[in-house]
Ligand binder design. Structure first.
Ligand SMILES: NC(=O)c1ccc[n+]([C@@H]2O[C@H](COP(=O)([O-])OP(=O)(O)OC[C@H]3O[C@@H](n4cnc5c(N)ncnc54)[C@H](OP(=O)(O)O)[C@@H]3O)[C@@H](O)[C@H]2O)c1
Length: 319
């Protein structure tokens, strides 16, 4: 099978195309013929690595697992003897999580993973693009416990997490202001944003309006400028918080009693099923910016790392 490996950390050109034996599933695993993967912001951070502390988990000198990628969508083509949830021929999608291995033609994965049946209304590309930003946005939106008509401002609204957060916040009844580049105003409005603002407007001192929830998706604005927009008693979400941001947020939270949500999300099967259901019913649209063939993974990583994708970037594993 075709796999793309990163045998060392580095720039996008570390990737190499290799031919591997097709793996066999263990007793509690299924094997998926992978149709689509995605390049997420987390993927280039592991490849680089950024932050350097990534090495502690993924390998000190080089990636312990050379096949990166966590998002997949494909067809079950073999099952282990203890598997009960899936059958050969089922269409599935999900996240391999820390196991990675999604930049490959075949994936063996435990049936208990964050993986579910792909509804017939959702394409493989959409399935592969759904899990990363969708699961992240949904986890943080749930932590906000949105009440109907609450106001939320979403910073970095054209990102993978942002495009999902706009739709989920609307779904739970919030009034959404999306902050992004003017060129992305039509996109965020098409996803349901009630009003739009460019980054300059967000940072302008003259801007006095406050929001019940400030949802910072991309880790590009300071905590103090986010707090300028927060009502007393509101919730600040820092999806893309750096380690330094987290320390600062923890201190502000304790010393000033401000409700700040940050840290790694829990990817859950329940939330993946929620996203599948919302998408199937037309209540959620997964935004796909571009697709690249598996062989062009380096170019896809370069594009995503540049930081200006709209929504998600998909990899066509089967051309
Ligand atoms: N906490 C967690 O567990 C968790 C999970 C997943 C992701 N994350 C983090 O969440 C963040 C977002 O991930 P993502 O995949 O959604 O990102 P992404 O899609 O790669 O973000 C791309 C977007 O960022 C915007 N952007 C770039 N530079 C900007 C700037 N200076 N100011 C404002 N916006 C800017 C771009 O908009 P323009 O082109 O208009 O500039 C673009 O739409 C990342 O930092 C990621 O590490 C955290």
């Amino acid at each position: 099978m075709k796999v793309i490996t990163a045998r060392k950390y580095g720039t996008p050109d570390v990737f190499r195309l290799e031919n591997w034996e097709i793996p066999s599933p263990n007793k509690d695993e299924i094997r998926i013929k992978n149709h689509n993967s995605a390049v997420n912001s987390g993927d280039w951070r592991i490849r680089k690595p950024d932050p350097k502390v990534v090495r502690l988990y993924f390998g000190i000198l080089k990636p312990r697992k050379p096949v990166l990628g966590i998002s997949f969508a494909g067809v079950v083509d073999a099952i282990g003897e203890n598997v009960t949830k899936f059958q050969i021929g089922d269409k599935v999608f999900g996240s391999t999580g820390m196991q990675m291995g999604a930049y490959a033609e075949y994936i063996c994965i435990k049936e208990s993973s964050v993986m579910t049946t792909l509804p017939k209304e959702i394409s493989f590309s959409q399935g592969a693009a759904l899990s990363f930003g969708g699961l992240t946005a949904l986890d943080f939106i749930q932590k906000c416990k949105i009440q109907k008509k609450q106001s939320i401002i979403i910073y970095g609204a054209s990102s993978s997490v942002g495009t999902a957060a706009i739709q989920l916040a609307k779904y739970f009844g919030a009034v959404v202001t999306a902050v992004c580049s003017p060129g992305n105003f039509p996109l965020v409005q098409s996803l349901g944003a009630d009003s739009v603002m460019d980054y300059k407007g967000f940072h302008a001192d003259s801007h006095k309006k406050t929001y019940d929830i400030v949802f910072e998706c991309v880790g590009k604005s300071s905590i103090s400028s986010n707090l300028n927009h927060l009502t007393k008693g509101g919730v600040l979400v820092l999806v893309g918080a750096s380690f330094k941001d987290m320390l600062q947020a923890a201190w502000i939270s304790i010393s000033k009693g401000i409700n700040i949500k940050f840290g790694p999300i829990s990817e859950t099967l329940e939330n993946l099923n929620t996203l599948a259901e919302l998408t199937k019913n037309g209540d959620f649209t997964v935004v796909i910016d571009k697709s690249f063939p598996l062989e062009a993974l380096s170019a896809a990583h370069q594009y995503v790392e540049a930081g200006h994708k709209k929504g998600n970037v998909v990899i066509d594993v089967i051309n």
